[in-house]
Design a protein around this ligand. Structure first.
Ligand code: ZN
Ligand code: ZN
Ligand code: ZN
Length: 357
């Protein structure tokens, strides 16, 4: 997937000394003047706005800020010496960068009520515009916001349905394989032979336009995703995931999203003539001396599959059962009046026959 940058947003940090919220790029607390320690992380404000100002964008893109190796003060990535103590920043420690902070908060959020005087302030305000009291950070407000219910219900229902289906299959198989044995006497053997008749008929198909054989009339086409790739290309449809904010270590976050590119091609309907079974002729009669039915073909028709089947009719104590075999020499074993052990399953089908001694 290709990573696409939507720009930079200003983050926040919370002063550990006085709990005030401060704009990310600001290195010292606006309330008490304490420098931001290296272990105080940046957080997302309630509402993130893509910054437009060139100087801020440059600062955001310059890389993580550096904490002075001597006094710990925070300095911009481009600084050479510490703004607080003048020490060389080569011995300093760059802030961590690259952590994903969360989904980009592009939507406007309701005003924040000042806990001290009760007046409404925009969510971006760090202190009350009326009385100057510190306002809660975006992260704190988010933590207090009601969370959507965890969706466990559907998964559980699906599990029960799945178990039910498995149970039904087990019961069905058990009934199918549960057999009872009974003695049957052969009453009759009948043969049936069948010849399939095939004809060339137009068959509706669909395929990519370049896969359709030449000389075929192409019907309606529509655009469909033929493949996807990570890199953008001409005529591709861009599909992007939810934008998210990545800490840059400079008090700014970069808003990025992962995108894929779908290449659309024509998927078309067409018709080709194919041999398909359209009819059949059959013959039947008593015994095992089977004959093939007479076959008369029209033009554009041809002979298809030939098949034969022999049905043995057994009678038991009050019941009749049919059993089918596909070979004449198997059928010939069932002499009229001979006795056989029939395995009959719950669905009244004969699953096996053995000669009775
Ligand atoms: Zn402070
Ligand atoms: Zn310093
Ligand atoms: Zn206030």
């Amino acid at each position: 997937m290709a990573k696409k940058s939507l720009g930079y947003v200003k983050l926040e940090w919370i002063c550990p000394n006085c709990k005030s919220r401060n704009p990310g790029p600001q290195q010292k607390c606006g309330s008490c003047g304490a420098a931001q320690p290296a272990d105080v992380e940046f957080v997302q404000p309630l509402q993130e706005e893509i910054i437009e100002e060139k100087a801020q964008i440059e600062r955001a893109a310059a890389g993580p800020d550096i904490h002075c190796g001597y006094c710990g003060a925070r300095n911009a990535a481009t600084d050479k010496v510490c703004v607080q103590c003048g020490a060389d920043l080569k011995a300093g420690q760059a802030r961590a960068a690259g952590q994903v902070l969360g989904a980009h908060r592009s939507q406007s959020v309701p005003d924040v009520t000042c806990p001290a005087c009760g007046s409404a302030n925009p969510a971006s305000a760090q202190r009350c515009q009326r009385c100057g009291a510190g306002l809660l950070s975006g992260a704190e407000l988010m933590a207090r916001a009601p969370k959507p219910n965890k969706q466990g219900g559907f998964g559980r229902a699906a599990l029960f349905v799945g178990l039910g289906i498995v149970a039904l299959i087990v019961v069905f198989l058990a009934l199918m394989f549960r057999t009872e044995e009974t003695i049957g006497v052969v009453q009759d053997v009948n043969w049936e032979r069948r010849i399939e008749i095939q004809a060339l008929v137009p068959v509706a198909k669909e395929n990519w336009i370049d896969q359709i054989p030449s000389g075929v009339a192409v019907g309606q086409c529509r655009k469909r995703v033929a493949r996807t790739q990570d890199e953008p290309t001409a005529n591709a449809r861009e599909v992007c995931g939810t934008p998210y904010t990545v800490d840059q270590g400079s008090g700014f976050g970069e808003v990025v999203q992962e995108c894929r590119y779908e290449i659309l091609e024509d998927w078309c309907e067409y018709k080709v003539d194919e041999w398909r079974s359209v009819d059949s002729v059959s013959a039947n009669g008593p015994g095992v001396a089977a004959l093939w039915p007479e076959l008369r073909l029209d033009t554009n028709q041809r002979e298809g599959r030939r098949s034969e089947e022999y049905t043995i009719l057994f009678s038991t104590d009050g019941d009749n059962y049919r059993y089918k075999v596909s070979q004449a020499n198997d059928a010939a074993k069932f002499e009229k009046g001979s006795r056989w052990i029939l395995s009959v399953n719950t669905f009244n089908a004969v699953t096996n026959v053995e000669p009775a001694r």
